[in-house]
Write a protein that binds this ligand. Structure first.
Ligand code: PMT
Length: 350
């Protein structure tokens, strides 16, 4: 993640309007002690939420979540009640100003989350898709980015029709999406900032608590590790006339332990570990599995993330490959996770 790259002196922040080189006044100690700081206390988490700007549409989100969970908990599914997975997708932003012009971002396209959502739905799960606005959406992967301009054409009588070359993809997208939404199996909740993401994740987790072990969390979002606390954030656009910008970023408390201990203790939890250095990837994934008591950690390397992932669980490590160059690695991955979830439910209910 971009934020992790911060450990190397100075780095490029992607701003909404410009790319600036910012020297951070963050001591190297803060980064080398990162792992030790993972033991998040409730106090740090409470202080993050207390100081976060209020979620604008919290009531409407709670209403949607309640309806979705009520509907799905009354249905039966694979070997018991219908399972519900919360898939998080895309990257969070870190605003630098309260009336935000500039923000720190990261690379995540949301492809993993969107693709996985399709495979979970296919496997009979209902999905709460918590996604970054503007990132990849379920069933839209095979459509061109500029959908309206490339997919449609005007006929002689000024009617709009789907271009022949895209008709199969558009049909698949519409029918897949329609079936999921009209059946009440897919709920989409958007976020942009780290503040929105963590507040919505908390609301989602707490509403899924009643599902017990039938609930799953699949945390594929690229979550910012560092942020500017709201109360110390500049209100207006930071002025460039005063010269180079020095900023101190606070560490975002890891929410995995709180999710596991408090928000949804019986749920089956899968977190992700992304690294660019393959020599440290598995060690870090192992650490996350133990420290946060995850049921599984999906380890992936930035450059090969669409080809192979490694599933790390208490029973060992399994490399999961896509079947061919046109296949999705998420297909075998979700199949394996569904099996592990089934064993987990049986174990809990035994
Ligand atoms: O979106 P794509 O382009 O398809 O790319 C997919 C992906 C590479 C983003 C995805 O496969 C992936 O690895 N996502 C997790 C990236 C990440 O944030 O890794 P991390 O090592 O920084 O965090 C590990 C876990 O801790 C994550 O599950 C994250 O949800 C969680 N976390 C992170 C920071 C934080 N403050 N609290 C958290 O709970």
């Amino acid at each position: 993640m971009v934020n992790n790259l911060a450990s190397y002196q100075s780095f490029d922040f992607i701003f909404s309007t410009v790319v600036l080189r910012v020297s951070l006044a963050i001591s190297m100690d803060a980064f080398t002690n990162l792992d030790a700081m993972d033991e998040t206390t409730s106090v740090e988490v409470k202080s993050f939420f207390d100081s976060a700007p209020l979620l604008k549409d919290a009531n409407s989100i709670i209403r949607k979540l309640t309806q979705f969970i009520d509907h799905n908990s009354s249905l039966s599914g694979i070997e018991g009640p219908r399972r519900v997975v919360c898939v998080t997708s895309g990257g969070t932003t870190v605003p630098l100003e309260q009336r935000c012009v500039r923000y720190i971002d990261n690379f995540s396209s949301g492809h993993r989350g969107a693709t996985s959502t399709e495979y979970f739905l296919k496997a009979g799960y209902s999905v709460i898709f918590l996604y970054r606005r503007g990132t990849c959406q379920p069933y839209c992967r095979s459509l061109p980015d500029d959908l309206l301009l490339e997919c449609f054409e005007l006929t002689d009588d000024s009617c709009i029709k789907v271009h022949e070359s895209h008709s199969e993809a558009v049909k698949r997208a519409i029918s897949g999406h329609h079936a999921a939404v009209s059946g009440g199996f897919l709920l989409k909740l958007p976020f942009t900032t780290i503040f929105e993401y963590l507040q919505i994740l908390k609301l989602t987790a707490m509403s899924m608590k009643i599902l017990g072990p039938s609930a799953m969390f699949y945390l594929a979002a690229a979550v910012s590790d560092f942020y500017v606390p709201w109360e110390s954030m500049a209100v207006h656009k930071i002025q460039s006339a005063s010269g180079p910008l020095d900023m101190r970023l606070a560490q975002v408390p890891k929410m995995l332990s709180v999710l596991r201990k408090e928000w949804a203790p019986a749920a089956f939890c899968i977190s992700f570990k992304l690294e660019t250095d393959k020599d440290i990837l598995l060690e870090k994934a192992d650490k996350a599995l133990r420290r946060y008591k995850m049921n599984a950690v999906v380890a992936n390397e930035l450059s090969t993330r669409k080809e192979v992932v490694i599933l790390v669980t208490n029973s060992g490590k399994v490399s999961v490959y896509r079947e061919n160059d046109h296949a999705d690695v998420e297909s075998p991955l979700i199949k394996l996770l569904v099996e592990k979830h089934s064993s987990y439910i049986k174990e809990i209910n035994a």
